[in-house]
Design a protein around this ligand. Structure first.
Ligand code: ZN
Length: 192
């Protein structure tokens, strides 16, 4: 699962064979066998032998030519529910309760009045305040604070099926601040 996340991050939302770009990753699939991001059509025809696969990848095709197939390629039955959910998640129709600092307005995440508190919580932790101190200052449980500090929603991403995908809601935080906070978490873990 860890590998899947980094694959999308490394290779972006672009099919490695035909170049089809899908920022919502709706029509892209992870070819687990060869650790590659492919569109649904290219993935459906991908050979499994390593050598064949490399040849297959290097033989480029224009993504426009495949557009017709992509439009009418129906997801496999067992995957269709998952894909439907993924599509609605990436559209912003979040299946769970909105994260602290967001409101849900007609199925979309909108920064709420308390979104500035989220920023302050992140800044406090970055500055070196303990989780206990932050918990006291904001009247949120330590676990609640931890959850907030690790929530990718604040940088505009959505988590679905253990993959971190680009959402289309407005971020509350810069990725720099978010990453600095994750780094401090790592350091804390190591020092224990
Ligand atoms: Zn493709």
């Amino acid at each position: 699962m860890q590998a899947e996340k980094t694959l999308f991050e490394q290779q972006g939302f672009k099919c490695q064979k035909c170049g089809h770009y899908d920022p919502l990753a709706k029509k892209l699939e992870l070819n687990k066998e060869h650790k590659t991001v492919l569109c649904s059509v290219c993935n459906a025809f991908a050979p499994s032998a390593v050598e064949d696969f490399e040849n297959y990848l290097s033989e480029k095709i224009d993504s426009n030519i495949l557009e017709t197939f992509r439009k009418f390629t129906k997801p496999k039955k067992e995957d269709s529910l998952k894909k439907g959910m993924m599509a609605s998640v990436t559209k912003g129709n979040h299946v769970s309760r909105p994260a602290y600092g967001y409101d849900m307005v007609s199925g979309e995440l909108i920064p709420a009045e308390n979104s500035d508190q989220v920023r302050q919580i992140f800044e406090s932790f970055k500055k070196g305040l303990s989780l206990n101190a932050i918990s006291r200052n904001f009247g949120i449980s330590v676990n609640g604070i931890k959850k907030i500090l690790k929530n990718f929603t604040y940088i505009g991403k959505v988590k679905f099926d253990n993959q971190i995908l680009q959402g289309n809601h407005q971020p509350i935080l810069s990725s720099e601040l978010f990453n600095e906070v994750q780094q401090r978490f790592e350091k804390l873990k190591k020092s224990k």
